[in-house]
Design a protein around this ligand. Sequence first.
Ligand code: FA5
Length: 377
Amino acid sequence: MSSSDNKPERTLADLGVTRPDQVASLFAEVRAQFDAKASEDFIEILWKEWRDQWLGRKSGFLSRITDNWLKPAAPDLKRTVGACLNDLRAHVEAKIEERRLSIERNEEEWSLARERVDLSLPGVIRPVGSHHLIRQVFQEIEDIFVSIGFSVVEGPEIETLYYNFEALNIPEFHPVRDDMDTFYLELPKGALTPLLLRTHTSPMQIRTMEKQKPPVRVIVPGKVYRRDNPDATHSFIFHQVEGLAVDADITFCDFTGTIEYFVKQFFGSGVKTRFRPSYFPFTEPSVEFDVSCPFCGGTGTAASGGTCSKCKGAAWIELFGAGMVDPAVYGFVNYDARKVSGFAFGIGIDRLAMLKYGIDDIQAFFQNDVRFLRQFP
Ligand code: FA5
């Protein structure tokens, strides 16, 4: 009922209603107005407002009709007003309840619809991370060496001069230090010994032998640091895997056989290895291992007929340094050089990975460009 149409606020006498048929048509008018509203769409809050407007105890339309129409009605109209009011009340209450139920039903349907799981919808794709290629190559190498009896150990990246140089037979003014004179840590005044970021994983040869009596068979994967200017094959952080085997009767044949086994497992049985004399202060004799170029099949000629771009026509690619452990090193770890022998190697992992996976620039490993990383899931 509109507020301008405030008939329930006035008495029947005021409204000029004096006959029962006028009463009936007045109630019909009120009922029509109620019905017009009852067919509208309700949300719960509007339904409550509507309910109170009609059924509110004091100011609801039905209470106003009771007070203003029924109570003061002339005796000859009272019966008709009473009957019409009862009809109207029953109608209003039933309709209001009906709408309440329908609101409740709608809400249930809504919440069911909201909660319904549509299994036909595409799933949420959560990107799964993967290991960095360097980590994967570490794993490949570890698997190969573990399968022939080596164990994996790790060591500190911050080293003393003793482990990084001296115990490896590199005394203070040895020219080899020039390449490796590298990142020193700023220490508080009075610190006992300078510390540096290790330049190779070889200090772990010493740390391992200090802890363990022969036989020793370990590999040491890890990060190393050098003051090298970055270019396509140099980085100031890179990765190595150190290897060390020491026992009562290890020979040069054991050494080359082990390396050959590793290289064939890693690159495939088609590759050949060779070694050339080299020099490291902590191995004697020292060698550089080369592998026949896996890209041109060790011919130096690319499939197109031109020079192989990977080995530059040399047919061989330098792999890593190695050698038989220099007896002088055993002196630093209290091994009896007359009773033991062994070999050691230090593989540069970044260059090895570049070679195997055809990567042209070492810097790609450190740039974290997902377009690069995604190529090695
Ligand atoms: C050494 O570091 C010796 N410790 C290896 C060794 C261990 C010899 C045990 C004998 C016995 P070298 O300086 O050559 O050796 O480095 C080993 C490998 O590290 C190189 O073959 C190369 O693959 C890699 N490497 C060296 N410098 C860099 C650099 N700046 N960036 C990326 N890789 C490097």
